[in-house]
Design a binder for this molecule. Structure first.
Ligand code: UDP
Length: 254
């Protein structure tokens, strides 16, 4: 069998050459890292859940007119996406104080913010993804003022829509990270949502108990990571039939 060409291997995903020109296959691994790779583990079933959750959220977003890189899910761990030129920024939206914002600014975790706040981080592992401003982004040419404008508009729409969608599932969307890419179609370029949206890059808390249903369970050694991600999938009504049971041989059907 012909081996597929790996385009890029990241911490939680592998990108393979796509099946059609202008496409890429995004493979979701079970690997989890935190602290820029300082903490590593494998969480069985995580990749399957993130593939499904991200497919669902990207599809829902496309339904309200948000352009995304998503084409279709191929199997339990892979999805076909459009090839884009990734903008080297992590766009973080916060609705409730948590994580690095709480630490940096001394705001108690769980404090509702007076309005949603957007932050930018420069994607660069060797620099630990530093916090940057719009001034840095446009001065260094990571994105043009027009790109940035498009990203902010999309980010606000994504936040409004996903906050409502999760609330309907009894989940508070505390904060999340988005990545964008430039999609070239002939001579035209547009900014589209890229990467993934899953409990790996969102903070999701149960509305009533504030129980964490996201990657903080891994970052903070709380355990129950796969159970939490499964709970998110269940509440969204998209639990994959088999999470831990892929390729594990026959299953007794009663
Ligand atoms: N986030 C992410 N990738 C990163 C850093 C942050 O997906 O490299 C997400 C994270 O899951 C959270 C939000 O962005 O939902 C804000 O993260 P924060 O700045 O609080 O950093 P952390 O405390 O996770 O280091």
């Amino acid at each position: 069998m012909k081996r597929r060409r790996v385009i890029y291997e990241g911490k939680a995903k592998i990108l393979y050459e796509g099946t059609e020109p202008g496409t890429v296959i995004q493979y979701f691994k079970d690997d989890a890292t935190a602290g820029n790779g300082a903490k590593k583990d494998t969480i069985e079933g995580k990749g399957v859940l993130n593939n499904r959750i991200s497919e669902y959220l990207m599809t829902q977003l496309a339904g309200i007119g948000v352009p995304t890189h998503f084409v279709r899910r191929l199997n339990m761990r892979e999805q076909l996406i459009k090839e884009v030129e990734i903008i080297p920024l992590e766009v973080v939206v916060r609705n409730v104080a948590a994580g690095s914002m709480s630490k940096r600014l001394g705001i108690e975790e769980g404090t509702a913010l007076p309005r949603s706040i957007i932050e930018y981080y420069y994607k660069n592992d060797s620099l630990n993804d530093p916090w940057v401003s719009e001034e840095h982004i446009t001065a260094f040419g990571w994105a043009s003022p027009q790109d940035l404008d498009d990203m902010v508009n999309l980010t606000i729409r994504v936040n409004d829509f996903l906050s409502g969608l999760f609330l309907g599932a009894g989940i508070k969307l505390v904060d999340f990270k988005l990545e964008f890419g430039r999609l070239w179609e002939n001579d035209y370029m547009r900014i589209v949502l890229a990467d993934e949206i899953s409990p790996d890059n969102c903070r999701l808390w149960d509305v009533n108990s504030n129980e964490k249903l996201d990657k903080d369970r891994f970052r903070r050694d709380m355990g129950g990571v796969v159970e939490a991600y499964s709970e998110v999938a269940k509440r969204l009504g998209i639990m994959p039939e088999s999470v831990q049971g892929e390729n594990k041989g026959p299953v007794l059907v009663k």
